[in-house]
Ligand binder design. Structure first.
Ligand code: NAP
Length: 311
């Protein structure tokens, strides 16, 4: 489908690390917006953003960035989004689309709705794309190509709101993403399974290995190809971002963790009692799931963008 570009006149990005800077780069490269204003809380990041020329305007406050913006995207860690929105709510333009890229949706949606004035359209979002890098230098315009962006709109049917949701979907399409709409609670449960639990396991396994006194650090590094290496890549993800994800998606993560723990117990029993058939059955099923992931085009090690991974 041909998109009518630019989709928005002015884009404001609040928080410009890996994801915010990738949105800025993608928006610029695609012509999805006419101008870009960026605010980041970190003076060092603001300096980098200005040096890289990611925005037409780099501002010292969030309020200055959102002035006259038709689309505002919050790309701070999840627990900072509410506070960031409160800081600039008074400067938001009537009719503006207010969104975010946070990895958790129910809590962020609640925080955004509480902070934003009536007369703007809050449409939360989450791009399922990322890397374990942080900061404005780590971003790249193609990060969202062929990746999913999940929008979790409010249950509103008025024309102005539906149009706002569609324009945001068009914006992400211009950046190369595939758009899906989902209920926010369902999003949080799905992501607890596909992203949050795997990260928790990686943090845990790398922590356990690091604490094992009988196995030296040098041996952990040397023999890491045996599966451990992939966990270390995931466990290198940003500590602030992931702390916030676990604390704001607590219920869904604990529910999935409970299921996972039971399944792990069953595996442990199968190993103890030599139940090879049970192990073989499970490993065969999981192999099929791996094939499904590759067929769905969501394999992480794509030849052209080997750095991609969803959070
Ligand atoms: P990041 O690289 O660490 O960047 C976040 C930036 O926001 C930092 O420069 C940070 O500054 C700044 N910031 C923090 N609080 C702020 C505030 N109140 N106002 C303005 N700026 C503020 O993080 P990221 O990886 O881009 O993640 C950003 C968001 O995207 C998170 O909500 C995350 O859940 C979501 N997400 C991440 C991925 C991924 O793989 N990384 C994927 C999908 C979605 P300081 O460094 O000074 O704190």
């Amino acid at each position: 489908m041909e998109l009518d570009l630019p989709v928005f006149d002015k884009l404001a990005i609040i928080g410009c690390g890996l994801i915010g800077s990738s949105v800025a780069r993608g928006a610029r490269a695609s012509g999805a917006v006419r101008t870009i204003a960026i605010h980041d809380a970190s003076p060092a990041a603001r300096e980098t953003i200005a040096r890289l020329g990611l925005a037409d305007q780099v501002t010292d406050t969030a309020a200055d960035a959102v002035q006259d913006a038709d689309l505002v995207i919050f790309a701070t860690p999840v627990r900072a989004i509410g506070e960031a929105a409160r800081a600039c709510a008074g400067a938001m333009k009537a009719g503006a689309v207010i969104s975010d890229v946070g990895s958790v949706k129910a809590a962020v949606s609640e925080a955004l709705l509480a902070a934003c004035p009536p007369g703007v359209h809050v449409v939360p979002g989450h791009p399922i794309a990322g890397t374990e890098q942080s900061g404005p230098e780590a971003g790249f315009a193609e990060l969202f190509h062929r990746r999913w962006i999940i929008l979790t709109p409010q249950d509103r049917q008025d024309d102005a709101y539906l149009e706002a949701v569609q324009r945001l979907a068009d914006f992400w399409s211009a950046l190369g993403a595939q758009v899906e709409r989902m209920d926010e609670k369902h999003h949080d449960l799905v992501l607890a399974v596909t992203s949050h639990l795997p990260h928790l396991i990686a943090y845990n396994i790398v922590g356990t290995a690091a604490d094992m006194e009988e196995v030296t650090r040098a041996e952990v590094m040397k023999y890491s190809a045996g599966g451990f290496r992939d966990f270390t890549r995931i466990a290198a993800s940003d500590p602030t971002m992931w702390r916030d994800i676990f604390l704001t998606n607590k219920d869904a993560v604990l529910e999935i963790l409970g299921r996972f723990t039971e399944d792990l117990q069953a595996l442990s029993r199968a190993i103890r009692w030599g139940e090879g058939d049970k192990l073989h059955d499970l490993f065969s099923r999981t192999r099929e799931i791996r094939r499904g992931v590759i067929e769905a085009g969501q394999e992480s090690a794509e030849p052209d963008f080997g750095r991609k991974r969803g959070a």
